[in-house]
Design a protein around this ligand. Structure first.
Ligand SMILES: NC(=O)CC(=O)C(=O)O
Length: 302
């Protein structure tokens, strides 16, 4: 089966770590999307990083959270802006992630929204695996203190670009089942993870995880991070809350790095090529060679 019929051109925007002013974060995203399209006019898909509209901070998620209401600039300014940008620039926009409040339950989620080139919301992923870790002399982060976890895997098929992809957020990439489900069950050609690793876990695992998700499933893996400012991501008092790793990256189905950013604000651009996926799968046909007679099939539910 042809996993991706036509080549798809994608720009990955390594935005500056978010500042306390939400509207200026949205404006910065708009400016860099404009820049991406003027530098790379063939761009069909744009990806933004995790928590691109607010400081990445357990204490601040609730303060910055907004409900997902369409066409409501006042109450859902980020949702409004993402839809407008997708429509204005005629792009499939993977809108990083934003803190979301569910007004029925009052719960907060870390949510990625996807808009097609008509500005329609075609997908929504709530971070499934919350980033709760404690590395001695390294970093402690407990998203579950204020966030709730999503309860669904997400794959999205965009009819206009022909891109069929799995979507996860950051820590989700550490759990291979999401990528396996997207690639094996849903025929996805890539996994896209808006992310924000840090300067402790980034050097440890960022590249290896991107390569693993690609090699295991013979798909493209796209990680989009905020840039690493000297002072890191700060709160409204200028206190550092998080230092993002940077190094946004695209890994191909063979495990090769297609492009990688440094630590500063930067725009990556490349093409996703379905023919290359086919070539890799023919050369190393692991898709047909699984030994479910020896080990049980992984129970990937619909
Ligand atoms: N920020 C995250 O969700 C994940 C992360 O930094 C890591 O897994 O490391």
């Amino acid at each position: 089966m042809n996993v991706l019929k036509n080549k798809v051109n994608i720009s990955i925007i390594q935005l500056a770590g978010s500042k306390p002013d939400k509207l200026s974060n949205l404006k910065r995203a708009e400016d860099l999307i404009k820049e991406a399209l003027s530098k790379y006019p063939k761009t069909q898909v744009v990806v933004l990083p995790e928590c691109f509209n607010a400081p990445y901070s357990v204490k601040l998620f609730r303060k910055y959270a907004e409900p997902i209401i369409l066409n409501d600039k006042e109450n859902s300014p980020s949702v409004y802006k993402l839809s407008e940008l997708a429509k204005t620039f005629k792009i499939l926009l993977i809108g990083g992630s934003i803190p979301e409040i569910d007004l029925k339950t009052n719960k907060i989620y870390n949510t990625s929204l996807v808009f097609n080139s008509d500005g329609e919301l075609i997908g929504q992923h709530r971070k499934l695996h919350l980033f709760d870790i404690s590395i001695p002399n390294g970093i402690t982060f407990q998203e579950s203190k204020t966030l709730s976890a999503g309860d669904k895997l997400t794959t999205i098929n965009d009819a206009k670009t022909g891109l069929n992809f799995g979507l996860g957020i950051c820590y989700d990439m550490r759990f291979p089942e999401g990528a396996m489900y997207a690639a094996r069950k849903k025929n996805a050609s890539c996994m896209i993870y808006p992310s924000a690793f840090n300067t402790v876990t980034g050097p440890l695992h960022w590249h290896s995880l991107a390569k693993s998700r690609s090699i295991d499933n013979q798909i493209y893996t796209i990680l989009c991070s905020p840039s690493r400012a000297e002072e890191g991501i700060v709160d409204e008092f200028g206190e550092p809350v998080y230092k993002a790793y940077g190094h946004s990256i695209v890994v191909d189905p063979k495990g090769g790095i297609v492009c990688e950013a440094g630590e500063n604000e930067e725009i990556l651009n490349c093409e996703l090529d379905g023919e290359f996926i086919n070539e890799v799968r023919q050369a190393i046909p692991i898709g047909f060679q699984r030994r479910f007679d020896v080990y049980e099939d992984v129970k990937l539910k619909e």
